[in-house]
Design a binder for this molecule. Sequence first.
Ligand SMILES: Nc1ccn([C@@H]2O[C@H](COP(=O)(O)OP(=O)(O)OP(=O)(O)O)[C@@H](O)[C@H]2O)c(=O)n1
Ligand SMILES: C[C@](O)(CO)[C@H](O)COP(=O)(O)O
Length: 230
Amino acid sequence: MKYSVVIPAAGQGKRMKLNKNKQFLLLEDKPVIVHTLNTFQNDNWCEEIIIVANKDEIEQITQLTNIYKISKVSKVVSGGTERQHSVRNGLKELGGDKIVLIHDGARPFVKEEHIHRLVEETEKTEAAILAVPIKDTVKMSEGEFVSHTVDRSSLWSVQTPQAFRLQAILSAHEWAEKNNFLGTDDASLMEKLDKPVSIVTGDYFNIKLTTREDIVFASFILRVRRGELV
Ligand SMILES: Nc1ccn([C@@H]2O[C@H](COP(=O)(O)OP(=O)(O)OP(=O)(O)O)[C@@H](O)[C@H]2O)c(=O)n1
Ligand SMILES: C[C@](O)(CO)[C@H](O)COP(=O)(O)O
């Protein structure tokens, strides 16, 4: 089985509160984005990588792909003001009706086995997402007070990659653009069109580097992956 992947990496990293894009943060010896790209470069099911970058970071990211020999990168295109716009710019570089994965550049720890399960699931349906069951109790609020506690038995913490048939997700993005709908993930666009989205259970190590604490977690995850910690 084969797929292409779009890597949105054109955010500002505001919540990280650093003076640079979190994709360039060094995790041990390599930038975050290189850790992410290597997973797909090393996966023989992956045929093509499209990176979406801030327009003034395209050259820097292109240089990194040359330095680290990420040869599957076919294009580095500029992003948009929202993640959804960046993803759309990346999707437009692809053709045919292949399987396409959309994976945050800020998620360097996704496992190949989970990527493959997503692709296999998408062969059967049109959309599949990686997610993990919520572990905490979840409550809704009204002002400063709890309004009610949500039944968490059917709640998921959704991650990326998210996998789709290319034409299906392109149509969903076109619908969202025409109807001014902005979703925080790509699967929500399919849901708005009443398309089924399968859930594949991933693992809790597939974090998105969002706030500074995540840098600490990332350094431990790397040690776990090397077998240094349980
Ligand atoms: N306009 C945007 C916004 C986000 N992203 C990418 O989408 C992924 C998930 O977004 P997020 O973690 O929110 O990144 P930022 O938007 O950079 O973070 P913040 O909201 O803290 O600024 C990241 O790899 C980010 O680079 C993107 O390509 N284009
Ligand atoms: C796509 C995503 O990573 C799934 O959890 C998440 O919605 C991205 O949200 P962000 O605010 O753009 O990081």
